[in-house]
Design a protein around this ligand. Structure first.
Ligand code: AP5
Ligand code: MG
Ligand code: ZN
Length: 213
């Protein structure tokens, strides 16, 4: 099963993608997580990506596509995957499409997690992330057992550099310009499913599993 998560920054794509990955035993592939892991390890890729991410801009398509195609070519992806944060532009979607066509397969579902801009800014300021294992928390909705410490691996939790209010506003505007058109792209392909992302995260997940079966 090949699933794409669509939605604004902070809509809950990562939260849902992790649960989907676990339930359906497929890898969770997040381009944002790949970039952050590279930043943490000080790689050249990380340095380049960081210069865009810190401003809330998109990393250039060419670089992003290369990273993604590399990742989904790995053995664990052969029975499918859930893509979180990719594609984010029409050119990215077109490259993915032509790659899948070459392999004689296709995207099965594009799940759009719908959350209005007003809710987003509030959510982001409360998010805390573990850079070691990728787990995500929220100081009100999903607090860790010990403040500032990851339940899963014991590392320190951080407020992402790009979760500052000004940067979030820019990410939202980039989203509306460049990523929202993908809703029509996947709707035209007949694979788009909308879910209400403003409700409790378990209710969002139930809506998604009803769709995926
Ligand atoms: P990326 O890491 O993909 O960030 P994003 O799309 O901005 O999305 P987020 O990860 O911020 O939000 P999310 O939807 O995953 O929400 P989450 O589940 O964490 O990308 C970061 C940057 O990398 C980009 O800006 C760009 O520069 C670059 N990049 C990445 N991919 C790229 C690409 N393909 N092309 C070019 N550049 C790329 O939830 C948010 C918070 O809300 C959490 O605290 C969570 O606990 C809480 N929450 C979740 N669900 C609920 C709920 N139902 N109710 C209440 N709270 C909830
Ligand atoms: Mg995410
Ligand atoms: Zn952790």
């Amino acid at each position: 099963m090949k699933i794409i998560m669509l939605g604004a920054p902070g809509a809950g794509k990562g939260t849902q993608a992790k649960m989907i990955a676990e339930k359906y035993s497929i890898p969770h592939v997040s381009t944002g997580d790949i970039f952050r892991a590279n930043i943490k390890n000080g790689t050249d890729l990380g340095k380049e990506a960081k210069s865009y991410m810190d401003k809330g801009e998109l990393v250039p398509d060419e670089l992003t596509v290369r990273i993604l195609l590399d990742r989904v070519a790995q053995e664990d992806c052969k029975n499918g995957y859930v893509l979180d944060g990719f594609p984010r532009t029409i050119p990215q979607a077109e490259v993915l499409q032509s790659e899948l066509n070459k392999q004689g397969t296709d995207v099965d579902f594009a799940i759009n997690v719908d959350v209005p801009d007003e809710n987003i800014i509030k959510r982001m300021s409360g998010r805390r992330a573990c850079v070691t294992c990728g787990a995500t928390y929220h100081i009100e909705h999903v607090p860790p057992k010990t403040e500032g410490i990851c339940d899963k691996c014991g590392s320190e939790l951080i407020l992402r550099d790009d979760d500052k209010e000004e940067t979030v506003k820019n990410r939202l505007s980039v989203y509306h310009d460049q990523t929202q058109p993908l809703i029509d792209f996947y709707s035209a392909k007949g694979v788009l499913k909308n879910v209400d992302g403003t409700v409790d995260m378990m209710d969002v997940f139930n809506a998604i599993t009803n769709i995926l079966g």
